[in-house]
Design a protein. Structure first.
Lengths: 114, 111
C-alpha cells in the first residue's frame, strides 16, 4: 500500500510568486494535516481536515495561505504571495478516525523562496 | 495552548550504550504522547506512543515512561545501534490528534 504522497518534492521560487503543494493521503484516511517544519524544529500544524471540512486552521496565516480538500481525498496548500520567511519543509500527514493515533507523514516539499 | 519542551537538543552516545530523551508538557489535559523518529531528509515516523492511563510502555529496545503529576515523559533507547542515529521528536495531544511537537533531539550513535 502506498504511503502519503506529496509533490513536488522541491520548489524554488522568487519572493512574491505563488506556489502550490499537493498531497494524496493514504486510502481510507479521513483526517489530513498540513505541517510546517523549519530547519531544526518540530512540525507545526497549519491546518487539519476531517474529510473535506477544515476543523482546525487557527495556525494558518490566512492572509497569504489557503488550503482545500475537495471530495475529502487529495489536498492542496497554496501560498500567494510567498515571502522569504516561508522557506521551510511543508509536510502532509494523514490518519484514520478522529481520535489520537498514528499520523503517517509524507516526504514533504522543501520550499526555497529567493 | 500546549507547550512541549524537549532536552537535550543533541545527544551523542557510544554504540551499545543507552540514550534518554526527556520532554515536559504544560497542559495537564494532554493524554496522548507519541515519539517520532526522523532520519536526515526523510519523513517523521512513529516509533512508540503512550496514553495517560499507563505509566510505561516497551517495544523491544525502546521504552517510554510518563509521569502525569510532573507532566513529563521520556524516551529510553537501550543497546543503541548506528541506525538509531536520527532526530527524535516528542509530542503531546489532548484529543483530536492535534499534536504539539517538541523541538527535537539529534541523536548520534558513535562506533
Amino acid at each position: 500500500e502506498a504511503g502519503v504522497v506529496q509533490s513536488p518534492r522541491y520548489k524554488i521560487i522568487e519572493k512574491k510568486q505563488p506556489v502550490a503543494f499537493w498531497c494524496n493521503p493514504i486510502s481510507g484516511h479521513n483526517t489530513l494535516y498540513w505541517y510546517l517544519q523549519n530547519l531544526g524544529q518540530g512540525p507545526e500544524l497549519l491546518i487539519r481536515y476531517e474529510n473535506e471540512e477544515a476543523v482546525d486552521d487557527s495556525q494558518l496565516p490566512k492572509d497569504r495561505f489557503s488550503a482545500e480538500r475537495l471530495k475529502g481525498v487529495d489536498s492542496t496548500l497554496k501560498i500567494q504571495p510567498a515571502e522569504l520567511g516561508d522557506s521551510a519543509v511543508y509536510l502532509c500527514a494523514s490518519s484514520m478516525g478522529q481520535g489520537d493515533g498514528e499520523q503517517f507523514f509524507g516526504p514533504g516539499t522543501r520550499l526555497t523562496v529567493l | 495552548g500546549e507547550n512541549v519542551e524537549q532536552h537535550p537538543s543533541t545527544l551523542s552516545v557510544q554504540e551499545g550504550d543507552s540514550a534518554v530523551i526527556k520532554c515536559t508538557y504544560s497542559d495537564s489535559a494532554s493524554n496522548y504522547f507519541p515519539w517520532y523518529k526522523q532520519e536526515l531528509g526523510k519523513r517523521p515516523q512513529l516509533i512508540i506512543d503512550i496514553r495517560s492511563n499507563v505509566g510505561e510502555k516497551k517495544d523491544q529496545r525502546i521504552a517510554v515512561t510518563l509521569n502525569k503529576t510532573a507532566k513529563h515523559f521520556s524516551l529510553h533507547i537501550t543497546e543503541t545501534q548506528p541506525e538509531d542515529s536520527a532526530v527524535y521528536f516528542c509530542a503531546a495531544s489532548k484529543g483530536g490528534n492535534k499534536l504539539t511537537f517538541g523541538t527535537g533531539t539529534q541523536l548520534k550513535v558513535e562506533l
